[in-house]
Design a protein around this ligand. Structure first.
Ligand SMILES: [Zn+2]
Ligand SMILES: [Zn+2]
Ligand SMILES: [Zn+2]
Length: 261
């Protein structure tokens, strides 16, 4: 394919979302809509196709809010609850489209998905509907989705090796504490780079604002967007201390990126 693709940020929040239930802090009670963050996910649209990265527990709300009327594929980064738990809400798209929906994940992620959603995959006769999905296991090689090439990028989420994805002139890395050297080589000089920036304080499985600013400096994307953000970071105040080409992602943010890699 050629021409631009569109990225819509469906959610920019950490695993519990912002506001965090029960919390009365400044960010959780903020009036700024950009301080309201659903769980982390993006939609990639091109050539009339919609590919979603991760089905969060907020997936239903996210597709309604973004006006998504079809889904052609789902790509999973890893099997933590904040990235998979909305998968059952693919059903209405099966009904509308009258097709199965392909899902893509690394072998260990696929195994966890199949364990968590055993009722979808156990081949039993049933009276109620279940998502109709075709599972595709990723082996680290690039793969084609409707004419757009996706490159799985190995990143470390604490001790767990998971995937980020590069597509066209963009890459989406949502949960990482460490990025191996070989992966850094795959991420240099992009137009748009999404990075994990949970908060300022160090965390064993996530990056911080400071680390991701350094990473963005090293990888030199034209624009970097931070995501997987917790309630420590107020949108306006945090951005005011960032260089102009590094911004916090927010729910509903739309970006255009060239599709040629
Ligand atoms: Zn996460
Ligand atoms: Zn809070
Ligand atoms: Zn995670």
């Amino acid at each position: 394919m050629s021409g631009p693709l569109k990225i819509t940020v469906l959610g920019s929040g950490t695993s519990v979302g912002v506001p965090t239930p029960g919390c009365h802090c400044k960010v959780c009670t903020s009036d700024d809509p950009r301080d309201k963050r659903l769980r982390p996910s993006i939609l990639i649209s091109y050539d009339g196709r919609n590919v979603v990265v991760d089905t969060t527990p907020d997936f239903r709300t996210q597709v309604l809010r973004a006006g998504v009327d079809h889904i052609d594929a789902v790509v999973f980064t890893h099997a933590h609850a904040d990235h998979i738990m909305g998968m059952d809400d693919l059903r209405p798209f099966n009904f509308r489209q009258k097709t199965r929906i392909p899902i893509f994940a690394a072998a260990d992620t696929m195994e966890s998905i199949q364990r968590c959603f055993r009722y979808i995959f156990d081949d039993r006769e049933r009276e109620s509907s279940i998502p109709q999905l075709d599972c595709h296991t990723l082996n680290g090689e690039r793969f084609d989705l409707f004419g757009l090439e996706f490159l799985p990028v190995r990143i470390f989420h604490g001790r767990a090796p998971i995937y980020g994805f590069r597509f066209g002139q963009a890459a989406y890395l949502t949960d990482h504490s460490e990025i191996p050297e070989a992966s850094l080589e795959q991420l240099r000089g992009l137009d748009v780079l999404f990075l994990d920036a949970l908060r300022h304080n160090p965390h064993p499985t996530h990056s911080t604002v400071e680390r991701s600013v350094k990473l963005a400096g090293e990888l030199a994307p034209r624009r970097a967007f931070f995501t997987h953000i917790c309630h420590d970071l107020a949108h306006t105040q945090t951005e005011s201390r960032l260089p102009p080409h590094i911004r916090l992602a927010y729910d509903g943010l739309e970006l255009e990126v060239e599709s040629n890699a």
